[in-house]
Unconditional design. Structure first.
Length: 401
């Protein structure tokens, strides 16, 4: 029996930008918020609290959440950025539900936007933000080169190959090719040979195995109590959530010798992530397990993270996550449709808003309002996994229509 929901999403809004239609993060956030408020049927004056992830890469001002609230002329009782890396954005729904349960808020706005490639040098900024300034930066790492180290270890431990990772890229592109806002939609569907013919970005990761930055996005959600849902609203219910973090920089991770989280493997390792613990919390809270989930939206910025996260979420044994893709389970006709907008690999990663993009896609699918393909069997339950940093943090939500 599914546990009673702890919160309800009653308003959803999204916004998009391209090189031909440039919008900065503040513009995207306003557009998404106006749409979410209208969808919920409330005014901005009814919002009590605001949560965002960390400031957008394309607008690095401190207290960005407060800057947005001020811009909207929206006084609040509480507002904060959640900086659990990118996973903090996913965790905003947990914080919103806790405020609502404590009687401290009736409506909470969860928000994020970004447009990295439209305004800044994303490659340079990424290395600066996510590499250790004392022990890593002097070697000139990029985000792909840091993640490639985990890919190499995954290959070594479990016999995974580049051809296996190509299956992940192919599966995600089948969804992305049909989504109007997916950065790689213009390329259409691809095959394994296409992936393996693309150049290396950081061995063993080839271009098609890496996410692209892709335009700009904004997303906003209005959250309230399940008892506060009106008949004219289309709620999506939050049944469970969890989060965890283990380190900051990748070299910190390599030095880990102890971890209190269960099933985290022998340390040090690069093939288990904090998502294991986040998922355990979320499943327990929702009184559900992996077999009860109809759809998954994940943070897969590089192809090897697809099977790794599948394993950490309990959909496969460690080292066998690639089977979920190889067997077609993540596709339109599969029993576990995954990354239905193309995910970060094909939809793109506009910046810190990428974790909100997965939540927006989940809400659209559960409501039956998808902009792209829909699974053959309409999902009733969905799991959203948000990640952040260099394998650093994870947040998990269990949602239901």
């Amino acid at each position: 029996m599914t546990a009673q929901p702890v919160a309800a999403i009653v308003g959803m809004g999204d916004a998009y930008a391209t090189r031909a239609d440039r919008k900065d993060p503040l513009q995207l956030a306003v557009e998404a918020t106006v749409a979410a408020l209208a969808d919920a049927g409330i005014t901005k004056d009814q919002v009590d609290a605001l949560f965002t992830g960390r400031s957008p890469w394309a607008d690095k001002r401190s207290q960005w959440n407060n800057i947005f609230a001020s811009h909207m002329q929206m006084p609040l009782t509480f507002t904060s950025e959640l900086t659990l890396h990118g996973a903090g954005l996913t965790a905003t729904l947990a914080q919103a539900s806790q405020m609502i349960a404590a009687g401290k808020a009736e409506y909470v706005l969860c928000l994020q936007s970004d447009a990295t490639e439209l305004f800044v040098d994303a490659v340079a900024m990424g290395a600066e933000a996510d590499a250790d300034p004392q022990f890593e930066v002097m070697y000139g790492p990029t985000i792909p080169s840091l993640y490639a180290q985990a890919a190499r270890r995954y290959f070594h431990e479990f016999g995974i190959t580049e051809a296996d990772l190509a299956e992940v890229a192919v599966a995600n592109q089948r969804w992305g090719a049909r989504h109007p806002h997916a950065a790689k939609a213009k390329h259409g569907e691809i095959d394994v040979a296409t992936v393996l013919a693309s150049p290396y970005v950081a061995t063993p990761l080839r271009r098609w195995m890496c996410s692209t930055w892709g335009g700009g996005t904004g997303g906003a959600l209005v959250v309230t109590s399940p008892d506060n849902v009106r008949g004219d609203q289309k709620p999506v219910y939050l049944h469970g959530y969890g989060s965890a973090t283990t380190h900051e920089y990748l070299s910190d991770r390599m030095n880990m010798r102890t971890c209190k989280f269960a099933d985290f493997g022998t340390l040090p390792n690069l093939t288990h992530t904090a998502t294991i613990e986040a998922a355990r919390q979320a499943y327990a809270m929702a009184d559900l397990g992996p077999s009860d989930i109809d759809m998954v939206q994940m943070s897969v910025n590089f192809a090897h993270m697809g099977p790794i996260v599948m394993e950490d979420l309990g959909f496969a044994k460690k080292g066998r996550g690639i089977d979920v893709y190889r067997e077609g389970r993540t596709g339109v006709d599969g029993d576990l449709p995954t990354d239905t907008n193309g995910g970060w690999l094909s939809f793109g990663q506009p910046g810190i808003s990428c974790n909100m993009d997965t939540i927006i896609e989940t809400v659209r699918q559960l409501r039956g309002q998808a902009l792209g393909l829909t699974p053959t069997r309409k999902p009733e339950t969905a799991l959203v996994q948000g990640a952040g940093g260099m394998l650093a943090a994870g947040s998990v939500l269990v949602l239901a229509a």
